[in-house]
Design a protein around this ligand. Structure first.
Ligand code: TYD
Ligand code: MG
Length: 456
């Protein structure tokens, strides 16, 4: 890299920490070869960045009204849900995800339906040309007179355009392509990303302008650029899914204006992304009723219960060490539950290969899935099918006891809605639980008791 003019320091590409001298290893996060030389922002240029646009008032909290900040509803219910009930004025939302997952598609199609005479939207693109965006918009039937496209990568010009056009919503696709001429480092470098984000945040706050930033995710699943980016924005949404499958999940990882872990489910179609209002039905759609090793569980994603099929396959180990493989579930949790099966329930799984799969692409990391996992493995070992109309909701302790889970009523309601007739849940959840019309609730104290009811 060419030596930067003026005073320089070294910035870690991983964690954003700055040091005066070059070192092979970042003193802050310990990663190797991650320090890059960058020019220090001078006081005058920093002043230009930081200078307030107008003097702000100090008010007692009781005098501050939040009523003039109504949320803007987006067309997609799933998107609104993940945002916590619509778009908050002045909020900066970072949408991260793998390349090709559909970030630009989602934002473009929502922007087009949202834009009207009274709601101008500016889409700043640093990755694609205006013509490419138009081609995509034609395909999505997302052409609107009030959706403005600006191919630009210099943040100062982009900010000028925002002042000039005065949009009600700004989309920056992507933040890694933006740069400020105040810094000499390349676009996408830590300080560039940080500086551009800072400028956009300041503009968003002073104009009460909501801003969407698109961010790239690296191979390891982290947002490219500094971790500080996550701290700076109000909301971080990750767009996930398997590019070979149609379903996409928008997950809120951080949200200053709503609950986290909330998810929205979409289907990628020929004409863009469509809401999936009932994900449980989708995840259970291809379930084979008459097979062993299949159990249905209910996991909470934010405030929403979702039913998922868990499949287990246990076969005798042919040679050497028994294998444990999972898809969409934690392998350590599987090993623990296999220990419980062996020691407390008398299943000799120590000499078996065990494969576990959460069908549909959702990642399950909730202990409430434990009983379903244990039941599906037991069913596979004994080659007996589980009643397809029963759902399993319980955490399993190391003693084989069933531990109560949160949001039991919401989970049971979802099971009833999807036509399940029986639910096996922990005894500890019995207190205060209402009766269900079409769902028989069976309470069990231990996994042993639950299995006796489930796998004959
Ligand atoms: P894109 O929004 O460009 O992804 P990102 O911005 O996250 O990189 O999505 C591109 C993918 O989506 C591409 O593989 C094609 C697919 N796609 C559809 O299946 N249907 C559509 O209507 C559109 C616009 C894209
Ligand atoms: Mg894109």
């Amino acid at each position: 890299m060419a030596k930067a003019k003026g005073k320089t320091h070294f910035v870690c590409q991983e964690c954003g920490a700055a040091t005066p001298k070059w070192q092979g290893k970042c003193p802050s996060c310990g990663s190797w070869n991650s320090l890059i030389e960058e020019r220090v922002v001078t006081t005058s240029s920093r002043d230009a960045v930081m200078r307030p646009r107008h003097t702000t008032q100090t008010l007692p909290l009781s005098k501050i009204s939040a009523e003039n900040m109504p949320r803007k509803q987006i067309n997609s219910h799933e998107f609104n849900r993940v945002l916590g009930g619509g778009l908050v004025p002045g909020s900066v939302v970072l949408v991260g995800g793998d390349p090709g997952i559909g970030k630009s598609t989602l934002l473009l199609q929502e922007a087009a339906t949202l834009s009207t005479e009274n709601y101008k939207i500016l889409y700043i693109t640093g990755e694609e040309s205006a013509e490419q965006i138009k081609m995509r918009a034609d395909r999505l039937h997302a052409v609107s007179d009030f959706l403005y496209i600006l191919p630009e990568t210099e943040i100062e010009s982009a900010l000028n355009a925002i002042e000039r056009i005065d949009p009600k919503l700004v989309i920056v696709d992507s933040i890694q392509t933006m740069y400020t001429s105040l810094l000499e480092s390349a676009p996408g470098s830590v300080s560039q990303v940080r500086e551009c984000t800072l400028k956009l945040i300041q503009l968003a706050k002073t104009r009460a302008l909501p801003v969407f930033l698109v961010g790239h995710v690296t191979k390891e699943g982290y947002l490219a650029g500094p971790k500080v980016l996550e701290h700076m924005v109000d909301t971080l949404l990750l767009f996930e899914g398997d590019r070979d499958h149609f379903y996409r999940i928008l997950r809120s990882v951080k949200n200053r204006f709503g609950s986290t872990r909330e998810i929205g489910v979409f289907e990628m179609t020929e004409n863009g992304l469509k809401d999936v209002p009932n994900p449980s039905a989708v995840f259970l759609a291809e379930r084979q009723i008459k097979t062993s090793g299949s159990a249905v569980i209910c996991c909470m994603e934010g405030t929403r219960p979702i039913l998922v099929e868990v499949q287990a396959l246990a076969t005798a180990t042919k040679y050497g060490y028994p294998q444990r493989t999972t898809t969409g579930m934690d392998v350590k949790r599987l090993i623990l539950l296999l220990g419980v099966l062996e020691k407390r329930l008398g299943y000799h799984v120590g000499s078996m290969d065990v494969f576990l799969n959460a069908v549909g692409g959702l990642r399950i990391d909730e202990p409430a899935a434990d009983l379903g996992v244990i039941t599906s493995i037991a069913s596979s070992v004994r080659n007996r099918e589980i009643d397809p109309n029963t759902i399993f909701i319980a955490e399993v302790g190391l003693g084989g006891e069933l531990r109560s889970v949160s949001h039991i009523e919401a989970r049971l309601r979802e099971a009833e809605k999807l036509g399940f007739q029986r639910a096996i849940i922990p005894k500890g959840n019995a207190k205060g639980l209402r009766e269900f019309n079409n769902l028989t609730v069976i309470y069990a104290a231990t996994a042993f008791e639950a299995l006796q009811n489930a796998v004959q």
